[in-house]
Design a protein. Structure first.
Length: 423
């Protein structure tokens, strides 16, 4: 690979410099965005492999082009590993990312104007769960449920049942992008059964934690369809999967291809197969457990320092810090302040946020990437202390400069997978 890097440096210095700069940024800082992670070096090899060259429209054994012996082998491998990990009957590994995977499910089972019951975006739902600015939000009718801030952000299923009876959704959707709790999938299924709806769980954030056996699996509660991205807690390449009961396999596959997209990215599917293989190993279960331990430790550190967390804590890999309530600043200022000390987070709306999305009231923090570098509880306590110190003195340039030096020196003790030879 070194000779190819040298070739890139010679033929396109601008691109080479950007890659080198990003490598340095990742080494000298810490990623605490919950949706980001470090993939395995083997996955990076697959992404740059000759599978990039190959069109493979269709499915194994039913392709539109010739020369598919090895594409079939790699896609079948990924599908079988996904089925084993998630204990499901069918897996489609072709979605190009998270949004297309969810769109494929909606378009498979619904007609324009049909109703989907999903989580309110400000309470943790995702863009594809009904944001008015999304195409899906304009094609389908999304009805939203909220969390109960008086009960640690839990979901009131009596209220959810009432909404479902009134709206008669075709799909009851649970899933989130900024909700720090686990789901009671059995309760969701009971509501869906009452109104004759399909059950769908978007577990993109926690797919790796489900695969690692440390969070609940929707299929254990009899869910019909589960979607997940492959790059977050699963540590794979950017992509998506639709997992389902066998009776839905044909309609799902047809919706993904040819319904929504053309040729799959076989280099990414090779990377997915690798990541799923790694997730089947015992050490991945320990990784998933450490992600949760780290999140709980970081949350406890922030709470002990007077921070206010949405839902009062976390059951998973993430937490949402109400920076307006805790430090008197909006999430954009908090994100920019932490960037200055080499801690990467992202601004985040909080439930029923009075502020606009680009200047919301909080930030979102997660532990998968830091855990992939080998950081454990002691490291989380130090990171929590740095976060609080920076946000309390966000206008003290000298202090922020000193904290940046401390954070960078600390981070260099933890190798970055795919950059420093770590795995």
């Amino acid at each position: 690979m070194d000779e190819y890097r040298a070739l890139l440096a010679k033929t396109d210095r601008a691109v080479f410099d950007a890659i080198a700069g990003e490598e340095a940024r990742q080494k000298r800082g810490v990623e605490l965005i919950p949706s980001e992670n470090y993939t395995y070096p083997e996955v990076l090899v697959a992404l740059g492999s000759v599978f990039t060259n190959k069109y493979a429209e269709g499915y194994p054994g039913r392709r539109y082009y010739g020369g598919q012996e090895y594409t079939d082998a790699i896609e079948n491998l990924a599908r079988e590993r996904a089925k084993e990990l998630f204990r499901c009957e069918h897996a489609n590994v072709q979605p190009l990312s998270g949004s297309p995977m969810n769109q494929a499910v909606y378009l498979a089972f619904l007609r324009p104007g049909d109703t989907i019951l999903g989580m309110d975006l400000s309470h943790g739902g995702h863009l594809t769960h009904g944001a008015p600015v999304s195409h899906m939000g304009q094609i389908f009718r999304f009805v939203r449920y909220k969390t109960d801030p008086e009960h640690e952000g839990r979901i009131d299923f009596d209220t959810l049942r009432k909404i479902a009876r009134e709206s008669q959704p075709k799909i009851v959707l649970c899933g989130y992008t900024s909700y720090p709790r686990d789901y009671d999938y059995a309760a969701f299924r009971r509501v869906a059964e009452e109104v004759g709806a399909l059950t769908m769980a978007d577990v993109s954030h926690i797919g790796g934690l489900i695969a690692g056996g440390v969070m609940r699996n929707p299929f254990d509660a009899g869910f019909d369809i589960v979607t997940t991205t492959t790059h977050k807690s699963l540590r794979g390449p950017r992509g998506g999967m639709v997992l389902c009961a066998k009776k839905y396999a044909a309609v799902i596959d047809k919706s993904v291809f040819p319904g929504l997209q053309g040729g799959p990215h076989m280099n990414a599917i090779a990377g997915i197969a690798i990541a799923l293989g790694r997730a089947l190993r015992p050490e991945f279960k320990e990784y998933a457990a450490q992600v949760l331990r780290n999140a709980k430790t970081l949350a406890a550190t922030l709470l002990a320092a007077g921070g206010s967390l949405v839902t009062g804590g976390t059951d998973n890999h993430m937490m949402v810090l109400d920076t307006m309530k805790s430090f008197g600043m909006d999430g954009r200022v908090a994100e920019e302040t932490l960037d200055k000390i080499a801690i990467t987070t992202n601004k985040q709306i909080i439930p029923d946020d009075p502020n606009p999305p680009l200047r919301p009231s909080g930030i979102r923090i997660g532990t998968p990437a830091a855990t992939a570098r080998g950081m454990k509880e002691d490291a989380m306590r130090r990171l929590g202390d740095w976060i609080v110190s920076a946000l309390r003195a966000h206008d003290d340039a000298a202090l922020l400069d000193r904290l940046r030096g401390e954070v960078q020196a600390f981070c260099l003790q933890y190798p970055v997978p795919g950059i420093d030879g770590a795995v």
